[in-house]
Design a protein around this ligand. Sequence first.
Ligand SMILES: [Zn+2]
Length: 344
Amino acid sequence: MKVQLVALSLTLVGSCATLRHTEKIEKLKESITYENTQTVERYLNSITEDELKEHVYKFSSDDFKGRRAGEFGHHKASKFIKDYYVEQGIKSPLGSKYYQYVPESYFSEGIKDSQNVIAYIEGSEFPEEVIIISAHSDHEGYNDTEIYNGADDNGSGTAAVLEMAQAFKKAASEGHAPKRSVVFLHLTGEEVGLNGSRYYTQYPIFSMKNTVANLNIDMIGRVDDSHQDNEEYIYIIGADRLSTELHFISEEANEQFTNLELDYRLNKDNDPNRYYYRSDHYNFAQKGVPVIFYFNGEHEDYHEPTDTPEKINYPLLEKRTKLIFATAWYLANSENRIVVDVDS
Ligand SMILES: [Zn+2]
């Protein structure tokens, strides 16, 4: 009898705790609202499939020779990115050079000196706090007969970052600078072992303590096998692992502006693919920075020379880019920075 009583009171305590937790989550969800959706819409609409297409075609062209880190083609791709920022009037925290050099000694497998490219829009109220939007710029290079163009991997992510930077710049020039700084980070050496992001997080340009979140993009232009009947989706990985708030901000951004299916199946702890550990965001997460990894899943052209620009779904790339922009906008403009409340 006594044992049963203990069990009963434990159940009661348990359900009260669950109730409090549910109330807390409800309150948190209610608190996440965009102040002026029309303003966000205005800059969202500057992100277009035509411009994304132009960037993807250029970035995955044969000129860049598959962009292998440390080689001619990747240097050329880095210069293409830098020139874009200069032309758009978007500054770098590194002054006129835009490059964070990653020395040969930091790589293995004979990879030569390479570079991350970094640009930013300075925050108007909390400039020292930063939201980092990242995408790796390198790929698999070429061999005697073929070039690995990497249009989806990661021409799609690179194009998305370039378009978002332009949108944030336009907003800033029209009196809507973000409250926090928004950083555009093009990482090298992802394909050879996440080296560029490891280097950045070890030698950060903005302190890791003031890095509010990392939104990392790696392949968002295609549709995988399991979504052939509903291509309006994106896999969201990592959003709830360090900050409950980040997960709900991402959901609110989607609800307000894009209405995609946010697919969380690859975020499961026991997912055998372990994508959470496999792209650049993981180096940020390891330093305690909340991250979201945006991903379309693998497809038949993944890491093949057939990953070419005509196979990208550009209207979908536009929609996914808008989701990321709206999420970044919220993170950069909310009254308080997001809270880390989940033990990793
Ligand atoms: Zn990739």
